[in-house]
Design a binder for this molecule. Structure first.
Ligand SMILES: NC(=O)c1ccc[n+]([C@@H]2O[C@H](COP(=O)([O-])OP(=O)(O)OC[C@H]3O[C@@H](n4cnc5c(N)ncnc54)[C@H](O)[C@@H]3O)[C@@H](O)[C@H]2O)c1
Length: 349
């Protein structure tokens, strides 16, 4: 049995972490902590366990084996470094941290403590993505040549049910849509093609998302990137907080023999079209969306089960700190590309 504490008691805790630990027979939720006590109270009421007074008191509790870190982005590094130092395994929400130095510090601390560190990159657990990775590795597309990935919705203030959410303030979020949604698709490309992105050109813009007083937000609400992987597969990524008519979370991978369309059709989550005219359509489980969350539909992301299983078996999670660093390097390089107007090469070790 793995004893769990959750740090940060907002939407992702309520919607994913707490219910998925509760449903896992090998995990026991010991308690919650949040800078807003009332938020932790709400979680205790709904999911059980106790309300810790502060993060230190949770980390000092020797009964706790592992923590989920679900706080706002700028606190990710400080809280995860403290948790690792206290000897806890860590499931950290994305994006890993807001500076490259902090990401490197987490990688280093994971190595020196030997504790499990996993990132909440849930796109890796979507059934159509798992199937697609296996099909690509089997050669159904021939040689992969290109991709087109998209992730957009109405914006994070709709997700957090708070029109003045921290997500849309630079000093409280660190990143705009690129770090919020782009990180998911960058990691997905790494997962599907099994190789890192090594080059990026990017344009970031604030097109239409506004504060309640009508001013444009001080972060990008749209980002478009041209990306190239180590073996030369090239493609585009568009991420947006202004897809106001609904969510688009689709991906296409093109190869010498055909194309794979993932979550790109309302009925079939995976469609393979080959140049000989054959079409294979699969109905696999959907990706969890903001619409699901609004409608109170619960889904199992697979993230929590994978984390618990890694700890129990002592195996390295697929999306550990080192793997997450690869995706974060692309985010930082994309920001630099936008600022400098240059195409950036990305160091990937
Ligand atoms: N994997 C995903 O698909 C996904 C989806 C949504 C959010 N997230 C990530 O999860 C994290 C939390 O997002 P959310 O949507 O739940 O936000 P939220 O605003 O709903 O909740 C954040 C909570 O953390 C608390 N908090 C902030 N700083 C804290 C600190 N230093 N110590 C203790 N508590 C603190 C806040 O009071 C709040 O209750 C973010 O990093 C976000 O990027 C991931």
């Amino acid at each position: 049995m793995i004893n769990i504490g959750i740090i940060g008691c907002g939407r992702i805790t309520q919607y994913r972490h707490a219910p998925e630990y509760l449903a896992n027979p090998s995990a026991k939720l010991l308690g919650f902590v949040d800078t807003k006590m009332s938020q932790a109270d709400l979680m205790v009421e709904k999911f059980g366990g106790k309300n810790y007074e502060n993060i230190d008191s949770m980390l000092d509790d020797s009964a706790i084996d592992a923590v989920s870190i679900c706080v706002a982005n700028p606190s990710h590094a400080e809280v995860s470094l403290a948790a690792l130092k206290a000897g806890k395994h860590v499931l950290l929400e994305k994006p890993m941290a807001t500076t490259l130095e902090d990401c490197l510090a987490i990688v280093q601390m994971a190595k020196s403590t030997g504790k499990t560190v996993m990132l909440g990159h849930n796109q890796r657990f979507a059934p159509a993505h798992i199937k697609a990775r296996e099909m690509i590795a089997r050669g159904v597309l021939g040689k992969p040549l290109g991709f087109r990935v998209t992730f957009g919705h109405e914006g994070p203030e709709v997700w957090t049910l708070n029109l003045d959410s921290w997500f849309i303030h630079r000093n409280r979020a660190g990143f705009g849509v690129l770090g919020d949604l782009g990180i998911h698709k960058i990691d997905l490309i790494h997962f599907l093609l099994d190789e890192p992105i090594v080059e990026v050109s990017a344009k970031l813009a604030t097109l239409d998302k506004r504060y309640e007083d009508g001013r444009l937000i001080d972060l990008e609400d749209n980002a478009a990137c041209l990306l190239t992987t180590k073996s030369g597969v090239m493609g585009t990524m568009h991420v947006s907080w202004t897809f106001n008519a609904g969510e688009d979370n689709s991906s296409r991978i093109y190869g010498t023999k055909g194309v794979l369309r993932l979550y790109d059709d309302p009925i079939y989550s995976l469609i393979l079209e080959t140049k000989d005219g054959k079409v294979e359509k699969l109905k696999l489980e959907g990706l969890s969306s903001n619409e699901d969350q609004k409608a109170g539909r619960q889904s199992n992301s697979g993230v929590i089960n994978a984390f618990v299983s890694s700890i129990l078996k002592g195996t390295k999670p697929d999306i550990d700190a080192q793997e997450a660093l690869k995706a974060m390097r692309v985010v930082f390089a994309a920001i630099e590309s936008d600022e400098s107007g240059r195409r950036m090469n990305i160091y990937q070790d």
